[in-house]
Write a protein that binds this ligand. Structure first.
Ligand SMILES: Cc1cc2nc3c(=O)[nH]c(=O)nc-3n(C[C@H](O)[C@H](O)[C@H](O)COP(=O)(O)O)c2cc1C
Length: 225
């Protein structure tokens, strides 16, 4: 079973004052307005709670997560619901599960060619850990808007070709934890041109997947993606 959330096509509702007040009240204090304000939050937390595997595909926007993904995070990372505040700090309340984060960036933020900071990877790692998700593997696609041979041969500093970091760590995972086993992935584009990916189970083991997609362009071509 695959639950898909295309946050670019259907953005989460903005965080407003009503929501900010509702999350501070206890469930027995909620009125109809609070319940309405928290409805989307409850829905996406519920999806996360049942997911055995989570896949997040996100571009880097201005060095960090796109606003749509940040808003989804604000709906999911909720005090007394997905994390507890303790004297030792925040403690996650969700169970850990394998989580794959595929990032794409127009330029380079890691390795010898990095010319910009990366607030995307460490932020996602920290915020997922806050709710209890620590088993996180990152796959970084870099240089996706730098073009092919024509662009690389143009005057200016030479750059590496678009590169994918991280698949090694996935390949080294124990066979029964590899996301590719028992699944087939397919990519299509919806009427608005958004890339849509789906995972089809091909074995008896049927984990529940949650896929979050926030990209605005066509899915990257070539390579394992
Ligand atoms: C608003 C915006 C901000 C961006 N900021 C960055 C950035 O800080 N660094 C970078 O390397 N690429 C940046 N990009 C390029 C995107 O990361 C790149 O287009 C994206 O990874 C391609 O994936 P997509 O086609 O699925 O959106 C930005 C793109 C947009 C639209």
């Amino acid at each position: 079973m695959v639950i898909r959330r295309d946050l670019a096509a259907t953005p989460p509702p903005a965080i407003d004052t009503v929501f900010a007040e509702a999350i501070l009240r206890r469930p027995d204090e909620w009125d109809a307005t609070d319940r309405n304000a928290l409805a989307y939050s409850e829905e996406v937390i519920g999806e996360l709670e049942v997911a055995d595997v989570v896949v997040v595909a996100t571009p880097m926007n201005n060095y960090t997560v796109p606003a749509t993904l940040k808003t989804w995070i604000d709906h999911v990372v909720r005090i007394r619901r997905t994390f507890a505040s303790t004297p030792e700090g925040k403690v996650g309340m969700l169970r850990d599960r394998p989580t794959y984060v595929v990032t794409s960036a127009g330029g380079y933020h890691a390795g010898d060619d990095a010319l910009q900071p990366d607030f995307l990877t460490p932020y996602l790692r920290a915020v997922l850990a806050t709710i209890g998700i620590h088993d996180v593997r990152f796959v970084a696609l870099q240089g996706v808007t730098r073009g092919g041979p024509t662009r690389r041969s143009a005057p200016g500093p030479r750059r590496s070709p678009p590169w994918i970091n991280g698949w090694g760590s996935i390949r080294r995972r124990p066979p029964d934890q590899r996301p590719g086993r028992g699944t087939q992935r397919s990519t299509s584009h919806n009427s608005n041109g958004f890339a849509q990916e789906s995972y089809v189970q091909t074995s008896d083991y049927r984990p529940r997947w949650l896929g979050l997609f926030t990209g605005h362009g066509k899915a990257p071509r070539g390579g394992p993606l």
